[in-house]
Every structure is written in structure tokens, then in C-alpha cells.
Design a protein around this ligand. Structure first.
Ligand code: ADP
Ligand code: ZN
Length: 191
């Protein structure tokens, strides 16, 4: 027989830096709260660009979030009455984040993940590509390329103002690091 009461699915919001992922995640959380759904938001503890206990967008929007050390902590912290689980900066989690999202969706929760789909080299980033494959709903956002004004799907990494090379994985001590939105044509990764 038909069971139309069954709920639970995965949504992914992806794109480069400045594409509006956090903004869109915060918007979905706000609307879920208006619908009187119980929301729990998480982010990896390593990301504290503006506020340790919040998801923050580049244009100043904010919403409370629990910083977690690893994916397993999300299931540990989650109480049974939560309807919506929101996760920002999902690219920084280990591969097990995928199974955790799948389990939560199977249990009837709406899972919303936001994260970078490509790293600064333009390569698929961490668990995001797998989440894109298993999600019911995918939203891919574009920023504005700072060079040409076109749609930007990439994140340009700059070290002391110069494009970071393929094998420049870690932050160099004393170097000034910056990121900007660029399209595929303006994105540069020297060897
Ligand atoms: P993300 O989470 O994808 O990094 P945010 O939601 O934090 O993005 O920020 C999106 C906001 O960043 C935009 O609404 C805009 O105000 C601002 N912004 C700054 N630079 C750019 C850019 N190059 N392209 C688009 N938006 C930009
Ligand atoms: Zn461009």
C-alpha cells in the first residue's frame, strides 16, 4: 500500500567560495523554523572564520551551529525529535559523513548539506562528490568571477598575491593567503 507519510531525504548545496552556499543554507534553516520544524545545525570545528558557534555567510547572515570534531559527533549530539539536520562546510568531514547523512535520511530526517564541490585546484573536494551522487536534491550555485564577471564555479587560491600551485597544499608560515571566485577560464593553477 502507499505510504505518503514517509519523510527523509538529502539536499546538497554546492559551489565555489562566495557562491552563496551559507546564505542559502541559512535561508532554508530560517524557513524550516517558520514551519515549526526542529532544526539542528553543525559545522566542522576547524572552520571559525567569523564565529565559532555559528554558520556565517560572507554578507553577514548568521545562524547557531554546533562545532563538531568529526562526523560521528553529529549522531551523538542529535536528539530524536530533530526534523532537520543542517551541515555547513561538509567538504571538511571524513568519508563517514556520507553514511551518517544516509542513515539520518532513512530515519525520516531532512538532511541539508552545504559545501565546496571543488578544491582550489579544481578537483572534487572530500566527501562532497559522493554526497552529490546520493542526494535527492542538488543545488549548484555560481559566484561572480572577479576577473571577467562571468559565472564562477572555481575558487582561486592566492599566496602572497600569486596563484597557488598544484602542490601547495598547506598554508605556508608567514605567507598571506587569499581566496577569490573565478570562472574556469580565469582560474589559474601553475605547476
Ligand atoms: P559561500 O558560503 O558559498 O562561500 P556566502 O553565502 O558566505 O557564500 O556569501 C555569499 C555572498 O558573498 C554574496 O551574497 C555576496 O554578498 C558576497 N560576495 C562577495 N564576493 C562575491 C563574488 N565574487 N561573487 C558572488 N558573491 C560575492
Ligand atoms: Zn572569469
Amino acid at each position: 500500500s502507499l505510504n505518503r507519510d514517509r519523510q527523509g531525504w538529502i539536499e546538497v548545496i554546492c559551489g565555489g567560495m562566495f557562491s552563496g552556499k551559507s546564505e542559502e543554507l541559512i535561508r532554508r534553516i530560517r524557513r524550516a523554523k517558520i514551519a515549526r520544524l526542529k532544526v539542528a545545525a553543525f559545522k566542522p570545528a576547524i572552520d571559525d572564520r567569523y564565529n565559532h558557534e555559528a554558520i556565517a555567510s560572507h554578507n553577514g547572515l548568521m545562524t547557531d551551529a554546533h562545532p563538531v570534531q568529526n562526523a560521528g559527533e553529529i549522531s551523538e549530539l542529535l536528539s530524536g525529535d530533530i526534523d532537520v539536520v543542517a551541515i555547513d562546510e561538509v567538504q571538511f568531514f571524513e568519508p563517514e559523513i556520507v553514511d551518517i547523512c544516509q542513515k539520518l535520511a532513512d530515519q525520516g530526517k531532512r538532511v541539508i548539506c552545504a559545501g565546496l564541490d571543488q578544491d582550489f585546484r579544481g578537483k572534487p573536494f572530500g566527501p562532497t562528490p559522493i554526497l552529490l551522487a546520493v542526494a535527492e536534491y542538488v543545488t549548484k550555485l555560481q559566484a561572480i568571477c572577479v576577473r571577467c564577471g562571468g559565472p564562477a564555479c572555481r575558487t582561486q587560491r592566492l599566496i602572497d598575491g600569486r596563484p597557488a600551485a598544484m602542490d601547495d597544499p598547506v598554508i605556508k608560515v608567514g605567507a598571506k593567503e587569499q581566496y577569490e571566485a573565478r570562472c574556469r577560464h580565469c582560474h589559474e593553477v601553475p605547476n
